[in-house]
Every structure is written in C-alpha cells, then in structure tokens.
Design a protein around this ligand. Structure first.
Ligand code: PEP
Length: 256
C-alpha cells in the first residue's frame, strides 16, 4: 500500500485542558517546533475558548487548528452548543467527531455521529472520525465487527465526492489515556480493516487516499513503530500533545 498517495496527519487532542492563558505557551512551543513541518499535516484540536488564540498564533505557519466537537444543526435554539459554521468562520479546519469520551459520557450514538459528519463536510471542515472497541469487546474477539459497524455507520453520511476528506482515527477505548498502547500488529490490523471497508464502499482509488490514524497512548517512544505500519497514516494524540516537545517528537517520528 503506497503511503505517498495519502496525507499523514498528526493531530493533538488537548481535551478539557489549557485555559486561554495557559494555552499561549503551548501554542508558541508547537509553532516553534512544528510550524515548518512539510512531510505531514499537523493539527491542534483545542477547547472552543482557545480557538481564537490558536488561530491567531498559528496563522503564518503550517499547523492547523481543529475543534473537539460540534453540534449537528446549523443554528437555532441549542443553548450552549457550537455549530460547524461558527467553527469554520473562526478559522477551524478539522473537527474530531465521535470521540469515545463523547460516546461514553455524552451518549453520542453512531446515528448522531453520522449527522455531525454530514454537517462538518457541508461546512468544509475535515472530520476526524473516532472509532474503537472496548476491552471487553476485544476480549470477546469482536473488535473488527464493532469497529466495522462504526465505520459503516459513519460512511452513510459521506458522499463519494467528499470521501477523500474524511479521516478515521482508530482509537481502542482501552488504550486512551491509560498508557496501554495497542501493539503495532493490533493497530495495523484494525486500520487495514477500516480501509477495506472504505474500499468496498467507494473503490480502491478512494481507499488508497483516505487517512487512517491510530490513537491511544501514542508517545515519543512508540510512535515510530506504529507510524511505520502500511495502513497507519498518522496519530490522534491526547496526553502527549500537552507539551510541545513530546508532540513534536511524534511529528518527527512520522517523517519516514
Ligand atoms: C485521545 O484523546 O484521543 C487519545 C488518544 O488520548 P491519549 O493519547 O492520552 O491516550
């Protein structure tokens, strides 16, 4: 599988960390260490309130700004919510959709995730769609089935002409924030499975071009091995994105 046909994307997910005052140093550090990166796309998915500062700080460099969630409707009586239009207007280019923490703590279903994907694509945001199994599901031997069903549900929202804009992040739930990383064989198997589903739906040409990331306790030490796998085109990084140096080390590790 020829990796040059698709973009490697290294995205940081800050989660609910960093006030705007605290974000300044981290953004400056990421800009200094990753701002000229040419071999991959670097993204920081920051809390909503940090978006204006992130967009201003990173405007003259190669790091893009992402959000961690959005509402599925364009506007209206949805107190406390943020729309894709608002994100786009603020300078955001990527948005994480269906992170397992949102599925687990906020009840997001495959159907809701599909609606959000449609809206994101309509607003020219690139969705980073998270899929992954729990430890119980892995132990039951149904990982490919679970992830496959999540991917198929997500793709119902994606017309063929927009399929290349979608990014999948395979994130085993048991590896997120736990320090327990999937082996490169486990990660490669599931990322390959995701691509095979894309192939069945849209054909080989589109499948070759779709970015499939791994996420789950990726760090400066394990990134090179994971990112050397043929079907793994980048990473979604939580904990290791909260300091510039480990995040930049992962960006460097993707240059292979
Ligand atoms: C994540 O939040 O998507 C994630 C992968 O977190 P961590 O890297 O901390 O496991």
């Amino acid at each position: 599988m020829n990796k040059t046909l698709r973009q490697t994307v290294i995205a940081g997910n800050w989660k609910m960390n960093k006030t705007p005052s605290e974000a300044r140093d981290l953004l400056d550090g990421v800009k200094k260490l990753c701002g000229k990166t040419k071999w991959c796309d670097v993204v920081v998915c920051v809390p909503y309130l940090d978006i204006p500062l992130a967009v201003r700080t990173l405007k003259d460099c190669r790091v893009s700004v992402g959000a961690q969630n959005m509402h599925q409707e364009a506007s209206g009586a949805f107190t406390g919510e943020i729309s894709a239009e608002m994100l786009r207007d603020a300078g955001v280019k990527y948005v994480i959709i269906g992170h397992s923490e949102r599925r687990q703590y906020f009840g997001e279903t495959d159907a809701l995730v599909a609606k959000k994907i449609t809206r994101a694509l309509d607003c020219d945001l690139r969705p980073i769609i998270c899929v992954g199994e729990t430890l119980e599901q892995r132990d039951m031997g149904i990982t490919l089935e679970i992830v496959g069903a999540q991917v198929k549900a997500a793709l119902t929202a994606v017309p063929e002409d927009k399929a290349r804009r979608v990014i999948f992040a395979y994130e085993p739930v048991w590896a997120i924030g736990t320090g327990r990383v999937a082996t490169s064989e486990q990660a490669a198997e599931v990322c390959g499975h995701i691509r095979s589903i894309v192939r069945k739906q849209y054909g080989a040409r589109i499948a070759r071009g779709v970015t499939v990331q791994y996420g789950g306790s990726m760090n400066a030490e394990n990134a090179r091995e994971l990112l050397s796998q043929a079907d793994i085109d980048g990473g979604l990084i939580g904990g290791a994105s909260l300091k510039p140096e480990p995040f930049a080390a992962i960006v460097d590790a993707s240059n292979q």
